[in-house]
Design a protein around this ligand. Structure first.
Ligand SMILES: [Zn+2]
Ligand SMILES: [Zn+2]
Length: 470
């Protein structure tokens, strides 16, 4: 791809299996066409946490220039000529998940009578706010290294990544091993999530903060270690290998802080692979569309590209009179297993009890809106009459929320419905492990109506237009 300047955010460099060309894809991008040989390709994510590398872009000259600029700004003498520069890659864990927050608040409302002489009356309104938002954190994964930041901060969302491999580590660079094991990080992340809840004092009851299905990756980030032994003594600078910024200036340093993680066996990173995007049945190229579900244009066989345990054998459409302005939005539908029916059905009851939890199968950018839509679709599902889909046309929107992510929404849906019913619930009910009895995919027609999208069946399910990107 030539037009790199238009890319925003995180993207990954990969190699085309057809011709060996270097390609770049944006995060969550699933398919691409090689601009050199025309192969249609797709990315396969590994099961084990993958490791990425942010390539160093700072030359020794730029590093020296940046250190001198930093010194000048701080009115310090410039570097001695004997400057030593070492390059290294330091590992971080990047953890991403969905966070659900319950905050109990009391809002005060001042009610004042028109008469100046009367005392004002303050009424207190207790309310529980529940919110879902994405959560992202990076934490140091290597041994303690003085001056190297503990976290990458927000930058981890806006950098170009390469798969971490020997070939991608330049000569003269050291990459430090991962010393902080996965389970220690997991415990630390969960602790920090819980402590988020303790910062806000609840006005009543308990505030809750839960992290759902965190996902782990390793990111190697470049630093330059600049050391100078001048007349003034010893100086060490840690320079960010991407921006060139001096992140730390040390004039003396403590040796070996007690490392709490010593030897752990080398981690087996998951490798991201690129494969041809072809129909499993006839071998013809599938459309270069960012979707997990295709009906082959050649042999009409359904291709579902999903690594979860569930099998999707057919797809359906809600039976309706077709309108021109309709778009057909995909939903995953999870049948509630019999053992949980008595407990879950009342939580999602409409007039008729729903035996299914229905969540969007399209990527969403507002989890609050997605939650409300999932709740309404679950309640409405007994009213929907489904017919099989034989072929796709332009009204069918792409399926780009994988089943694993949809199951996160299911878990949140259950937990939140319980919270709304019983305000004594303290934490996730571990006795509910949702294993769907059966999973289906169906499309529902929606049409635009002012700022909203409204379903074209019962004209009652609405959501904000901006929930659907594009
Ligand atoms: Zn190619
Ligand atoms: Zn085919």
């Amino acid at each position: 791809m030539k037009n790199n300047n238009n890319k925003s955010g995180f993207y990954i460099g990969v190699t085309c299996p057809g011709c060996g060309a270097d390609l770049e894809l944006e995060k969550d991008f699933f398919t691409l066409t090689c601009s050199h040989c025309g192969s249609v390709l797709r990315i396969k994510m590994p099961q084990a946490p993958p490791a990425y590398l942010v390539k160093n872009t700072q030359t020794p000259r730029e590093i020296k220039f940046n250190v001198d600029r930093y010194l000048k700004r701080n009115m310090l003498p410039l570097t001695a000529p004997d400057l030593q520069i070492k390059h290294l890659y330091y590992p971080y864990w990047k953890v991403e998940g969905l966070m659900l927050k319950v905050r109990n608040k009391v809002n005060e409302r001042v009610i004042r009578d028109a008469s100046e002489y009367q005392d004002r009356v303050i009424s207190q309104v207790a309310r529980t706010e529940i919110g879902i938002s994405p959560y992202l954190v990076t934490v140091a994964a290597g041994s303690f290294f003085e001056g190297i930041p503990d976290s990458l901060g927000l930058r981890s969302e806006y950098v170009k990544l390469l798969p971490f491999s020997k070939e991608n580590v330049q000569d003269g660079f050291d990459s430090l091993p991962v010393r902080r094991p996965y389970d220690k990080v997991q415990a630390a992340v969960l602790d920090s999530v819980k402590s988020v809840g303790e910062i806000d004092n609840p006005a009543f009851g308990t505030n809750l903060t839960e992290l759902f299905h965190p996902n782990y990756e390793i990111i190697y980030f470049p630093y330059a270690l600049v050391e100078s032994y001048g007349e003034e003594g010893f100086d060490r600078f840690i320079v960010d290998g991407l921006s060139g910024r001096v992140v730390k200036h040390l004039t003396q340093f403590t040796l070996d802080e007690d490392a709490d993680y010593t030897e752990i066996p080398p981690l087996d990173f998951g490798r991201l692979t690129v494969e041809y995007h072809r129909c499993y049945n006839c071998g013809k190229d599938l459309p270069d569309r960012h979707s997990l579900v295709y009906i082959c244009e050649n042999c009409h066989v359904l291709n579902v590209i999903d690594k979860s345990q569930y099998r999707i054998n057919e797809i359906a459409l809600v039976n309706s009179e077709s309108r021109e302005a309709d778009i057909l939005l995909p939903f995953w539908s999870f049948k509630i297993p019999e053992v949980l029916q008595a407990r879950l059905e009342p939580l999602f009851g409409g007039i008729r009890k729903s035996d299914r939890l229905v969540v969007p199968a399209f990527a969403v950018n507002n989890y609050e809106a997605a939650y409300r839509l999932a709740k309404r679709m679950s309640a409405a599902s007994p009213q929907l009459d489904l017919v099989p889909v034989e072929t796709f046309d332009l009204r069918f929107r792409a399926v780009d929320l994988c089943l694993d992510k949809a199951l996160v929404l299911v878990d949140i849906l259950i937990y939140r419905a319980q919270l709304e019913r019983q305000n004594t619930l303290k934490s996730k009910d571990e006795s509910i492990v949702f294993q769907a009895e059966q999973v289906a995919l169906f499309y529902t027609p929606f049409h635009p109506d002012n700022y909203f999208m409204v379903d074209s069946i019962i004209n009652a399910i609405t959501f904000e237009k901006n929930l659907v990107p594009g």
